[in-house]
Ligand binder design. Structure first.
Ligand code: HEM
Length: 476
């Protein structure tokens, strides 16, 4: 029995073992049912069957699963002092030299957060706008060529070229021009990292520390390439700082290197490299796939394409690209299309957390170090939070809020997280979505090159489409 401090009432606390659990097998529990690439779908199905919270077992280890957004908001706001992300995430990322801002905890987290927030701040993005527009124009040229040749564009790939060029130019001061290249780009190596994380974080036993399977060897080779790439970029940044010194850092990489070089900074080159890799990964897949998911709905909706083309041309005028940062303001619809797509197809489908001390959530006791998941989609498909929840309706994000339009619960939309660790890249993502989609709609029409039913949801740390092949035609 526990006494509620506010009411004085006694409540019976449940233990994790009391929660409903899908039927598993002796010793391994539910492990055999948890295909990593389908993890979010399996957990969502179980959430429907068992309600919230429920638990599953990875061998002897229970993991609880929750879908209540208010609770998730509370936990997210009580970081980093009371809750952390999965500890396994930190150790797995540490092993591959990527323990940067996303996985850092405790005292190590705050100084890194400050640096990254500054680098991704609105004034910095605004000052960087001409470069962003130039990268978007290069993407348009690539797509114009594909339209002319009638070739199929794999949007998940092209959009990752775009986001890697943008993140690198903004945060590291150099643009790798992957948009112009067809093979041999860094994305080919980065692509192996997320699925590996997915597998290792959920593994019952860290087998890869003892034996390397072919897939681990592939990841090892990719990591050698990725780290060589990052170190070379750091060397070039140092050379530039030497040859053309500036009192204030020109980008995040310079800021990190300046900090590292201060006497007794305690920061190592490895930590700087880990954050470069963190930003490359965090900025690549998330935004690219959020835009790619939006195309699934757009391709099928010609009137919406027509409307967006009209709005884009009004904002862009004679230019094929949004001409200045101020004009982005009139492109709310373009971000709303991505936001609505991510409500139905959440790129961030699962959040993990661990309490740092013994806590009670609702009526359940959670010991320090126990493992927990939050599923983001169930609340977003709940009619109590969003009216007509299964309908793709970007306008729901644009309407004045009033009761006549039915439910629209912003707190149930957690695609960028919440609280002190909320995504620092969300402003950049918003600008990228507006820029790319307005360019696309002003200049092209889009058709899916496959039956939409063949496009699957894949859990690869982020939740990504199996592919998004489209045909583009120049809009008359
Ligand atoms: C649509 C695009 C994006 C989505 C859906 C997304 C989603 C998220 C989510 C859910 C988190 C965890 C937040 C939390 O725990 O409260 C996060 C954290 C993070 N994101 Fe993003 N993100 C996006 C774009 C970006 C971009 C463009 C960058 C940088 C270039 C970025 C960098 C980061 C970093 C560094 C963190 C860790 C922050 C911390 O732990 O303090 N993200 N993101």
């Amino acid at each position: 029995m526990d006494v509620d401090a506010a009411t004085g009432h006694t409540t019976r606390m449940r233990q994790i073992a009391d929660l409903p659990c899908p039927k598993g097998l002796p010793l391994i529990g539910n492990l055999h049912q948890l295909a990593p690439a389908k993890l979010h779908l399996i957990l969502e199905r179980w959430a429907e069957e068992f309600g919230t919270p429920f638990r599953f077992q990875i061998a002897g280890m229970p993991v609880t699963v929750w879908t209540d957004t208010e609770l998730c908001q509370t936990i997210m706001r009580e970081r980093p002092h009371r809750y952390r992300r999965y500890a396994t995430l930190e150790s797995v990322l540490e092993e591959i030299g990527c323990n940067g801002l996303f996985s850092a905890e405790g005292a190590a987290w705050e100084p890194q957060r400050r640096l990254v927030m500054q680098a991704l701040s609105i004034p910095h993005i605004k000052a960087f706008y001409p470069t962003l527009a130039a990268i978007t124009e290069r993407l348009r040229v690539r797509w114009a060529r594909a339209a002319e040749q009638g070739s199929v564009v794999e949007m998940t790939e092209d959009l990752k070229r775009y986001t890697v060029d943008v993140t690198s130019a903004l945060a590291f001061g150099e643009d790798p021009h992957t948009i112009e290249k067809n093979r041999g780009v860094i994305q080919e190596h980065l692509a192996l990292i997320f699925p590996m994380l997915m597998t290792r974080i959920n593994a019952p036993f860290p087998y890869w520390r003892y034996i390397r399977l072919p897939r681990d060897r592939r990841v090892d080779r990719a990591l050698v390439e990725v780290h060589r790439y990052v170190r070379q970029m750091m060397e070039r940044a140092r050379a530039h700082m030497r040859d053309d010194p500036s009192e204030t850092p020109r980008h995040l990489l310079e800021a990190m290197l300046m900090m590292r070089d201060q006497p007794d900074s305690g920061i190592t080159d490895d930590q700087v490299a880990a954050n470069v890799l963190t930003l490359l990964l965090a900025g690549e897949d998330t935004t690219a796939n959020s835009i790619a998911w939006a195309l699934l709905y757009l391709a099928d909706d010609k009137p919406l394409q027509q409307r967006m083309a009209g709005e884009a041309r009004a904002a862009l005028g004679a230019s094929p690209i949004c001409p200045d940062y101020g004009a982005l303001k009139s492109l709310d619809l373009f971000e709303a299309v991505c936001t609505e797509a991510s409500r139905l197809k959440p790129v961030a489908a699962i959040n993990s957390f661990e309490p740092l001390e013994d806590v009670c959530l609702q009526d359940v006791s959670l010991p320090a170090g126990s493992k927990h998941f939050f599923l983001n989609r169930p609340a977003m498909l709940d009619a109590r939070n969003f009216a007509e929840p299964l309908k793709f309706d970007p306008d729901r994000w644009l309407r004045q809020r009033d009761a006549a339009h039915g439910a629209h619960e912003m707190r149930a939309y957690l695609q960028f997280g919440a609280g002190p660790r909320v995504c620092p890249g969300r402003h950049l993502a918003s600008v990228e979505m507006r820029l790319v989609l307005s360019m696309l709609m002003a200049n092209f029409t889009v058709d899916l090159a496959v039956d939409p039913d063949t496009i699957e949801e894949i859990s690869a740390f982020t939740m990504v489409p199996s592919s998004m092949p489209v045909r583009l035609a120049v809009r008359p």
